[in-house]
Design a protein around this ligand. Sequence first.
Ligand SMILES: Nc1ncnc2c1ncn2[C@@H]1O[C@H](COP(=O)(O)OP(=O)(O)OP(=O)(O)O)[C@@H](O)[C@H]1O
Ligand SMILES: [Mg+2]
Length: 246
Amino acid sequence: MENTVTGNNSIAVHCKGLTKSYGSGSNQVHALCGVDLEVRTGELMMLVGPSGCGKTTLISVIAGVLDRDGGECLVFGYDFKQMNPPEKTRYRGRNIGFVFQMFNLIPALTAAENVAVPLIINGAKRREAVGRAREILCRVGLSDRTNAVPAELSGGQQQRVAIARAMLHNPKLIVCDEPTSALDHETGHKVMELLREVAVGIGRALIVVTHDARIFGFADRIAKMDDGRITSIENSRIDLSSNTRH
Ligand SMILES: Nc1ncnc2c1ncn2[C@@H]1O[C@H](COP(=O)(O)OP(=O)(O)OP(=O)(O)O)[C@@H](O)[C@H]1O
Ligand SMILES: [Mg+2]
């Protein structure tokens, strides 16, 4: 596998003192309590930590799915707080791919149509978008299931459709919430290899939230999170000059 990290240290994501709460009064939950995190272009940053520590909340704020309460958050130098809703939608549509923890596939659409949605939103012709969606579904091993609707797919197949959808429009930043949780060991490795290939490179970055120790070796750095804060960031122990990450 090509090492795309060397010599490319510009910043993809910058978070400083980032805060986010849910609810109010006695029901208020402080999900992010001052997150400091920088993700460089050319790297795969993994985010690990116990259930409820704020991982999904953090990547949702980074991806512009949720608004932050306070602190700084820049994605390739852009601040969602400075954009109006159409600008934000356009920016996210062009630059960010999100693999949701619960997949979020549209039940009435086929696998190929689900994958094609971001391209169609960006103005591509439906026929062309579905054609490209079929190609990328082949790359995640689903060539024979492109016409199935989500209810006809296994959990692992739905997860691969969600991953294909996040990659199709070639975004500069992909954030994935537990992308291998429903996948067996071999499929999980293939998906991570594909994600690294398409999402990690010059001017690009990949953030993966995971509990899956089997894929830690794909990370360039691993950020540990607890109680709404980043507690440590370590280089992956894997030698980046090696071709064998696993
Ligand atoms: N929509 C919401 N309304 C209220 N509280 C929420 C909401 N979403 C998350 N929380 C709370 O915010 C905290 C952080 O949640 P988050 O989903 O970010 O955790 P997580 O680290 O992704 O957990 P997991 O590993 O279980 O997915 C938790 O205490 C959670 O209960
Ligand atoms: Mg989560």
